[in-house]
Design a protein around this ligand. Structure first.
Ligand code: AMP
Length: 280
């Protein structure tokens, strides 16, 4: 595996691979990798024969008072994990390499999709996400890019960006990877104390309880959300939101149908966690 820290270096590696006829896939991450990220690498290897994984904690997507400074970083560990999983390039640029003038003068401004769910609580977050993803897609020019359903709204927005701006790249969303007890894997789980980790389990448990209620015939969105919320509050967790939405425009629904997504965000102490399930 090659390590690239500049735009020129990653472009040179990709150009060589493309010249030898290889299909390119990109997996954007913020590093401190776990099995969820590595499942995206596996998927990328199925879709392409040259896999670039970017590791970049993007300052643009963190709001004031959020955890940009504390966000866990360990490039050596990430590189070792990517090496064993068969990635071809780890692209880990500095902030100066991606944003030489600091804040970019032009960025990608999402529409109303970015005001829903997490966007309502993190103003500017998805503008920061789309801007860095746009840059990474333009730097690497992959045939496919793989994202996780864990960040469901992010995946929907990225799909919308490439469709609405007519970019020739296929966007793939991979399933959420969970710990054996159901907790969605997240780099931020490292912040949790043992007691907080127990509380954090209420997110997935609440979602699974609501999903089971749907499978048992419940179709009322308020009651399904309340079912999830009960599990959270019983664990002493006040959710930021619990919402049932349709998966294209993230509009809230009143009556649940298959394919709707139940999404939750909650602070566990100072740590903001998200999770979601698809009703089937
Ligand atoms: P992050 O490093 O948190 O920005 O995540 C990078 C990519 O990995 C995003 O596309 C996430 O949706 C995805 N991801 C993070 N956690 C998981 C997980 N538990 N399962 C699947 N994908 C994940």
């Amino acid at each position: 595996m090659t390590r690239a820290e500049t735009i020129a270096a990653v472009r040179a590696s990709v150009a060589r691979a493309r010249a030898s006829g290889r299909r390119i896939a990109l997996v954007p991450t913020m590093g401190y990798l776990h099995e969820g990220h590595l499942s995206l690498v596996d998927r990328a290897r199925e879709l392409a024969d040259y896999v670039v994984v970017s590791v970049f904690v993007n300052p643009l997507q963190f709001g004031p008072g959020e955890d940009f400074d504390e966000y866990p970083r360990d490039a050596a560990r990430d590189a070792a994990m990517l090496e064993t999983r068969g990635a071809d390039v780890m692209f880990a640029p500095s902030a100066e390499a991606l944003y030489p003038r600091g804040e970019p003068g032009v960025s990608v401004v999402p529409g109303a999709l970015a005001d829903r769910l997490c966007g309502a609580f993190r103003p500017g977050h998805f503008q920061g996400v789309l801007t860095v993803v746009a840059k990474l897609l333009n730097i690497v020019r992959p045939d496919a890019a793989v994202f996780g359903r864990k960040d469901f709204q992010q995946g929907v927005l990225i799909g919308r960006m490439v469709r609405d701006l007519d970019w020739d790249v296929s966007i793939e969303l991979a399933p959420i990877v969970r710990e054996p007890d159901g907790l969605a894997m997240s780099s931020r789980n490292v912040y949790l104390s043992a007691a907080q980790r127990d509380q954090a389990l209420s997110l997935s448990r609440g979602l699974f309880a609501a999903k089971a209620a749907f499978e048992a015939g419940e179709r009322d969105a308020d009651r399904l959300c309340a079912r999830a919320e009960e599990t959270l509050t019983a664990a002493g967790v006040q959710p930021q939101y619990v919402e049932l939405v349709e998966p294209e425009w993230l509009e809230p629904v009143a009556r649940a149908v298959q394919g709707n997504v139940l999404a939750v965000a909650a602070y566990i102490g100072p740590t903001r966690l998200i999770d979601n399930v698809v009703l089937e």
